[in-house]
Design a protein around this ligand. Structure first.
Ligand code: SAM
Length: 356
């Protein structure tokens, strides 16, 4: 069996498993599923995600809401609308809320975010609050924690600083992003990170490095998704990259699923979310992730009229539906897949409690 070899980071086995297809892939999935079920059973926890602003100061070469995308209409969800979203989350009995946005470090933005976290915690103290608003300074992260946030999600995007440099403008630094993850750990957040799988220029060695990075740095939760091209970004405008992406998207999605299965085998008790981007490749993409490795789903609660403006990548699914439809759709699929939706529980990472 390859379990021990994977746990020992045996290089050949990692390469074989990352590229697995057919029978070997089924074997890998079976092992990951078994390990996941030993910790979580068939349970799936819900987080309602509110993508509350697409205003961003950054210019990541892959991202549709980058500052340089002048075609995009920008929005910020009002406090009243946020209260409506929270009412929905309460009614649906999701155990947690995620506040996500583009990255801004202005005082106005920080004040707004702090206020919505404070209000949420006061009105719904039982709700687990996750924030995912990019790189923020230590003092502000501390204030957010004191206001009631318990988790923070900041994807490192890739563990390879050189690849990171190829995908971001010079003024964005891998070291600074990593430093921010360390600050979050110092502040005792449940810390989530992740990468995109299938990035242009990313190698199998990079993915192995990502897995090692995840294990070595003791993260509590993961948001990992496939890279999806967006035509109004520097990567998406490059004809060579466009062709490469089209030709390799299925193969890369397969590698992505294998990557998550290996991650689950390496880290049995972390939280792994099924990213929305999975449904771009296959309308059951998120369910496939939940059947193999994931234990968390984050249905969108973003107001309907903002959804088509929070486009990180092309062909984002479900942008024409409201929170109710997003909920019913995914709930049906989860039940049909034989998984067990959990309501009214925060679904915190068991790994966090173990190392704290
Ligand atoms: N601003 C926050 C941050 O930097 O963490 C959160 C929002 S950011 C848009 C959320 C995530 O979207 C990024 O960490 C990135 O991994 C993902 N993303 C951006 N563009 C993408 C693309 N073209 N395909 C797949 N994922 C993408």
């Amino acid at each position: 069996m390859f379990k021990k070899k994977l746990q020992k980071f045996d290089h050949k086995t990692l390469i074989k498993c990352l590229q697995a297809e057919d029978e070997l892939q089924q074997e890998l999935f079976q092992l990951a599923r078994q390990i996941k079920e030993e910790v979580f059973g068939k349970k799936i926890w819900f987080r309602g995600i509110i993508e509350f602003s697409n205003i961003c100061q950054n210019n990541c070469f892959y991202c549709g809401i980058r500052k340089g995308n002048k075609k995009l209409e920008r929005f910020k969800v009002s406090k009243e609308e946020i209260l409506d979203c929270l009412k929905f989350i309460d009614k649906a009995n999701y155990g947690s809320v995620v506040y996500q946005s583009g990255e801004l470090i202005s005082e106005i933005f920080k004040k707004y975010l702090l206020e919505i976290v404070k209000t949420t915690h006061k009105k719904y103290p039982q709700l687990g609050i996750t924030v995912s608003c990019g790189e923020q300074d230590f003092n502000f992260l501390k204030k957010l924690k004191q206001a009631g946030a318990i988790r923070y999600l900041l994807r490192i995007e890739t563990s390879n600083p050189e690849l990171y440099a190829n995908l971001h403008p010079e003024k964005m630094s891998w070291e600074k992003r990593f430093g921010c993850l360390k600050s979050l750990q110092k502040l005792d957040y449940q810390v989530g990170t992740g990468v995109m799988v299938g990035l242009p220029g990313q190698t199998i060695e990079d993915l192995i490095r990502d897995l090692k990075f995840f294990v070595d740095n003791k993260f509590d939760m993961f948001g990992i998704g496939p890279y999806v091209i967006h035509k109004d970004t520097p990567l998406g405008k490059d004809a060579k990259i466009q062709n490469w992406w089209q030709e390799n998207k299925e193969k890369n999605f397969n590698i992505f699923l294998n990557f998550l299965a290996i991650l689950r085998i390496l880290l049995p008790n972390v939280n792994i979310a099924a990213a929305t981007a999975c449904d771009v490749f296959d309308s059951s993409g998120r369910i496939k992730v939940l059947q193999v490795a994931g234990n968390v789903i984050m249905p969108s609660v973003t107001p309907k009229d903002c959804r088509d403006k929070y486009l990180l990548y092309q062909n984002k699914p479900n942008i024409d539906e409201g929170a109710d439809k997003s909920f019913k759709c995914i709930l049906n699929k989860i039940k049909k897949a034989g998984l067990e939706p959990v309501f009214g529980e925060q679904g915190n990472s068991p790994f966090y409690y173990k190392h704290n």
